[in-house]
Ligand binder design. Sequence first.
Ligand SMILES: Cc1cc2nc3c(=O)[nH]c(=O)nc-3n(C[C@H](O)[C@H](O)[C@H](O)COP(=O)(O)OP(=O)(O)OC[C@H]3O[C@@H](n4cnc5c(N)ncnc54)[C@H](O)[C@@H]3O)c2cc1C
Length: 357
Amino acid sequence: MSGQDVLVVGAGLGGLAFAHDAARAGLRVRLLDKARGVSGRAATRRVTLPDGQEAHLDHGARFFTARSDRARALAEGGVRDGWNAVWTLGMARWQAGTVTVPPDGHPRYAPPAGMSTLGRTLARGLDVTTGVTVTSLQRLNATRGGWRVHSREGLYWDAATLILNLPAPQLLTLLATLDPASPAASPAAGPAARHAQGSAGAAQQARLVTYDPCWAAGVMLRHDVSADWSALRPEHPVLEWIAREHTKRRDGAPPSLTLHATPAWSRANLERTPEQVLPDLLAAAQEILGPLDTAQVFAHRWRYAIPAVTAPGPCHWDATLNLGWCGDWFTPDPHGPRVESALLSGWTLARRVTGTA
Ligand SMILES: Cc1cc2nc3c(=O)[nH]c(=O)nc-3n(C[C@H](O)[C@H](O)[C@H](O)COP(=O)(O)OP(=O)(O)OC[C@H]3O[C@@H](n4cnc5c(N)ncnc54)[C@H](O)[C@@H]3O)c2cc1C
């Protein structure tokens, strides 16, 4: 496969944000992703109903917020261009049968066609190959450098620079495929390594990152529930989130819900199948909402949903190895892991790689 300037493994929002800016700076960038489409955990499932109508459900990221100037410009530009919208200014709460709507005012954005629109918008004009699972990394030449990545499908790609935008455990799995003599593969042991410079220290920090899992369900309804809210945060042992997905969509969208289980329940039920968890998730939803007239359902397990323990700094860049990584598990700002932190991490890494910061 022909050489690129930069290969990015992982076309989630962090990798796309990086690639967008690196390409704009004149680098030849190729993104690789194992999924069928881009956008990673900012994911939308399309469900075709028996009557031919289509429901779009955000079973990963539910919405996004924009605190930084750059993210606000992206979000508000999207509202002006029509691919984005302010979905809600507040979320209702449910506690022991009582629903309250606290005063709010903070815009939560959700594209009317689904959260994956964010990734597809950032990917416009970029060279993206989907449906390829990267299984190993290779340093091409100890002196002249260069990287080769191999995929499960038997393909490989070469580039001078390698960027990894993956959840930390998946990053570590790939780094472990490098020659053990590589500095990126063999982080020094001991607490001092946490503060060490370079890729060995950064890989050590990635080892400390942990994730909350999340079981998500999509529920297509024959009739909408009786409610005056778009999003509900229940205080419940099984569910932490219910969204009336059609309130994000254009008028006439079929009624549907997304349900997200709490981290504790998701962890306790992580190895069950979708068929096994669905009855429990639906029973919890009915406890909160009353009887549901359900037409179709699906469940999706996010093993690495939200980082619970993050890594310091906005991203990692090793100019000696031409190797970097980014993603929502870094801390480019103090507001926690989310869509915006993935974007900020990718944009910061692009500035480091292109020498503009
Ligand atoms: C259930 C849930 C609810 C959430 N709710 C919100 C919310 O309301 N608001 C908010 O702001 N954020 C929310 N988030 C978090 C948000 O989705 C993430 O912070 C953000 O999407 C992370 O982007 P990323 O690019 O860092 O990682 P990812 O999106 O995980 O991107 C990594 C990419 O790497 C690819 N990949 C992995 N391994 C390989 C491999 N070996 N080869 C090739 N490709 C590979 C994956 O397919 C993926 O596309 C939620 C997440 C989940 C799961």
